[in-house]
Write a protein that binds this ligand. Structure first.
Ligand code: SF4
Length: 322
């Protein structure tokens, strides 16, 4: 583990529960991880695994049920007043659905200028206009688009507007909440490349949330795999792709299509049995046990803890071995 002051973000034992009828939906259930400045942590899992709730709780958009989110050593959920406002400037979000996250009644100019005004970053309209136009060019759009409404743009262009809006307040940390899931495959790579370029140019730190492992590979330094509110594996991106250890990670990796049809044909696809259980009162023991072909009695009764294998490779599985 790196020294503590190497972390931009440190999450300790984070829980986020919701009331669900007579039960409790344990969306995020005792999750710990860190992100170093300038790196990208990919967060991956099927829908219902808690990745989006985790990202939003990290940003303080949801109150936590328990645990801590430390940003530069300060607890996000204890911040008030000016400290809190400062944090919202430093930490931004790009939403999954560019169609729903941008107000169709607002001009692009006002969408991007909103944060600049709210944080009092620039005073005169002339300065704000110059900044908005510069941001549009930065994300690969024409500066004249400032005068248009969002319904006039394609999905990829709208996501670029969403990125410009996030960049407007000069953040250092961005939660990218499935920013490419709603886009065509051909556009996904363009947005990932844009985010990669902006990261290099501006020294940004990302928490990049996605539902599969295909694109995450290209942008992440480390990857965290979540299943039903738990972290099941977390390690460097290369290590995860070359030596996945958790049966769930292996299944997710085997589902990524290989562009070469011959290789794709000969590839072993690991099927998961059963359905994903409900996160409301989730199963005892290992939460993956009803879908895992290696499950034993121990898996049904005892929850596997994250254990360290080699350098910085954490896996929560009773059967994991060096
Ligand atoms: Fe499978 Fe058991 Fe490992 Fe869970 S702990 S992933 S059920 S082998």
């Amino acid at each position: 583990m790196p020294e503590r002051n190497e972390y931009l973000l440190e999450v300790k034992g984070l829980k986020k529960y919701f009331k669900a009828g007579k039960g409790t939906l344990k969306a995020v259930d005792d999750v710990s991880f860190y992100i170093r400045p300038g790196e990208t942590l990919g967060v991956v899992g099927e829908s219902g695994c808690g990745k989006t709730t985790c990202g939003r709780t990290v940003l303080g958009l949801y109150d936590s049920t328990d645990g801590q989110v430390l940003y530069r050593g300060e607890d996000v959920h204890q911040m008030k007043g000016k400290e809190r406002q400062n944090f919202t400037k430093h930490a931004q979000i790009i939403f999954q659905d560019p169609y729903a996250s941008l107000d169709p009644k607002m001009k692009v100019y006002n969408i991007i200028a909103e944060g600049i005004r709210a944080h009092g970053l620039l005073k005169s309209e002339k300065e704000i206009r110059e900044r908005v136009e510069e941001l549009l060019v930065t994300v690969g759009l024409d500066k004249q688009y400032a005068e248009r409404f969002v319904h006039e743009f394609s999905g990829g262009q709208r996501q670029r507007i969403g990125i410009a809006r996030a960049l407007a307040v000069e953040p250092e940390f961005i939660v990218c909440d499935e920013p490419i899931s709603a886009l065509d495959v051909s556009i996904q790579a363009q947005i990932v490349n844009l985010l990669g370029r902006l990261q290099k140019e501006k020294g940004l730190t990302y928490m990049f949330i996605a539902h599969d492992l295909s694109m995450v590979k290209y942008i992440s330094d480390r990857v965290m795999v979540m299943y039903l509110g738990k972290v099941v594996e977390i390690t460097a991106s290369d290590q995860l792709y070359e030596n996945p250890m958790h049966p769930y990670t292996k299944a997710l990796l085997s589902a990524i299509p290989i562009p070469d049809p011959k290789m794709e044909e000969g590839k072993e696809r690991i099927k998961m049995g059963g359905d994903i259980p409900s996160p409301v009162d989730p199963p005892e023991g290992c939460r993956f046990h009803n879908r895992c072909k290696y499950a034993t009695e121990k898996c049904r009764t005892e929850e596997p803890k994250l254990r360290l294998f080699g350098k910085d490779h954490y896996v929560a599985c009773h059967m994991a071995k060096e």
